[in-house]
Every structure is written in structure tokens, then in C-alpha cells.
Ligand binder design. Sequence first.
Ligand code: UD1
Length: 337
Amino acid sequence: MKILVTGGLGFIGSHTVVELQNEGYEVIIVDNLSNTSLSVLDGIQNITGKVPAFEKLDLREKEKVQEFFKRHHDISGVIHFAASKAVGESVENPLLYYENNINALVYVLQELQQKQEANFIFSSSCTVYGQAETMPITENASIQTAMSPYGNTKQIGEEIITDTAKVTNINAILLRYFNPIGAHPSTEIGELPIGVPQNLVPFITQTGFGLRKELAVYGDDYPTPDGTAVRDYIHVVDLAKAHVIALQRLLNKKNTAKVETFNLGTGTGSSVLEVIHSFEKVSGKKLPYKIVGRREGDITSAYANTDKANDVLGWKAQSTLEEAMASAWKWEQKIRS
Ligand code: UD1
């Protein structure tokens, strides 16, 4: 069965391609290479022994999207990762985010709605919950006004898919990720942040390696046990496996609604200081850091209630924070060697 993975050379996309190939799916990747490199294809091949088909394609180019689907009329499912994901950049350049994350989504759905049947998995984010009132966060928690254009594109994306699925043959699963971290245990693929990382874990591993002087911890006056903000850090391989299970649910027609939504996290919240200590334990290095003021737009706490994913998908994250940090550290050392 042929599965299209958009953004398949990115961080989560590439790990998902590996899991799809391991399950015997034929994968075709499209990616515009805006935030990744072609060498990721070699990494995937080194792990699975199979080269996925790849086409460089920018999904904002509507005619090219139409032409792509004409050539590939036998696609059984689409996992749509292709999107921009930097919160700060989205505030600076909102139209880039609306064009990249919304136009591209619309063009892909326009092609899928012409099919007899289409299965669609969407990369969404726990950012749609904003600061939820109760922890852990269930899928029924209310959606809050987005704090950035990036977050807004995820909310609007979910709405576009829901409206479209109601009146077409498209079945969809919306996957709301918490904080994906880590790398494949083979160290063949991992995260490749361009420039100064905005996310915590790549900043930590780069600092541990000596590329950055020190980590700035954004705030220690949050109402949390140690004062630093709490998140649900999930190993990217666990996250990737959930995509395959969600896709199989659609392919096997096990879904009970046209659109289903699942939180993907571990169910455990970790503070910034706990992440630092975990890094120190697995690396044997002391991490230089200083406490600074809060980062604008940051929330206090977000971790997932994973009951729905556990019960309905039969999926549960397996890796601990330490295992994920160890894989992130191994990856950092490999790409700098
Ligand atoms: C947020 C969004 C997520 C989005 C991601 C993209 C939420 C709940 N999540 O993740 O949907 O995909 O941005 O960037 O809105 N930190 C430091 N120092 C640093 C970097 C981070 O202390 O140098 C702290 C942050 O304040 C935060 C935690 O580490 O408390 C995690 O930060 P980060 O990795 O950027 O992810 P989120 O902000 O949770």
C-alpha cells in the first residue's frame, strides 16, 4: 500500500517513514527541503534497507500538487507533516505561516476529496489547548484562542479538515503532539535545527556539546513544584509509531467518526530543571544554565491525559525521559563528529 508522507524528511516525518517502512508500507515522501536536508534519505535507508520514493515539491504550488496526485492516483493514505513550526517566526511573518500551513493543507485536501475514499492523518499540537485549566489534558479540554499565528494554523487546520470530512469521503485523525524530543536509537536520523534552537532539548544538547555557552531557563517563578515550567516530553520514535497505528485504524475502517482526535504524550509532566538533570545524568556532564525571566507566550504546564490513545488506539509511549534524552545526546555527538 502506498502512503504519502508530506514533510517526510523533517524530524517527526522521517521517524514516521522508518516505522511505515518497517511495517511494510510503500512510502512516497514529498518535502520542499526548507528545513531539512536530502541526506535524511540516506539515514532512512541505512535503518530500513529501503529507499523511500522522494519528490521535491512545495505544496504551496497548487498546479504542482494537482499534477503530483494525477501521477500518483494509487495513494491509500496521507500523513501530512509539511508545515512551518517556529512560534517566534510565525509572529514575525504570519503570512508565511498561513500560506505554508493553510494553503498547502487546502490544496492536498482538494485532491483527496476527488477520491472515492481518502485517509488523512494531521500533525496537530497541544498548543490548541493553551493553558488548560486541569491537568492532565484530555481531548475534551476546550480550545483556547491561539497565542501565535503558528498555533492558529493548527486550530484552523483542524477546523478545515473537520468541515471537509463532513461532506466528503475523507476520513481523518488529528494527532495533538505534546513535546517531541530524542532521535532514532540508530543515530541515523534525528532533529536538525537550523541556527539557534528555540526548543529546550536541542538547546540543551548543543550547550552540553559546547556549541552554546549556557542555557537560559525561562522563569523559575511558575506555580510548579520547582518553579520551572512543566511539559510532556515524548520520544519521537514513540510518536512515529502512533502515526502508523492511527493510519492502520483508518485503512482498516476501525474509526468510529469521520474525524477523530488523539493526544500523543507520555502522560507525565517534567519541569525544565528535571530535563536538565536528566541530561546531566545520561551525559555525565554538568550543564551550564542561568535562570532568566519568563518567555513571552509560555504557559505554566501542559501534559497529556493519554487514556484515549491508550484505550482506542492501543498505543502507549514506551520510552522514559532519560531514554529520550540519551538518544538526543547520542545524536548531537554524532552530527558534530
Ligand atoms: C511550544 C508549543 C508547541 C510548538 C513548539 C514549537 C505549547 C504548549 N507548545 O512548545 O506546540 O510545537 O512550541 O516551538 O504551546 N525553555 C527554556 N529555555 C530554552 C528553551 C525552552 O527554559 O532555551 C523552556 C520553555 O520555557 C518551556 C520548555 O522549556 O517551558 C519547553 O520549551 P520548548 O521546547 O520551546 O517547547 P514549548 O514551548 O513547550
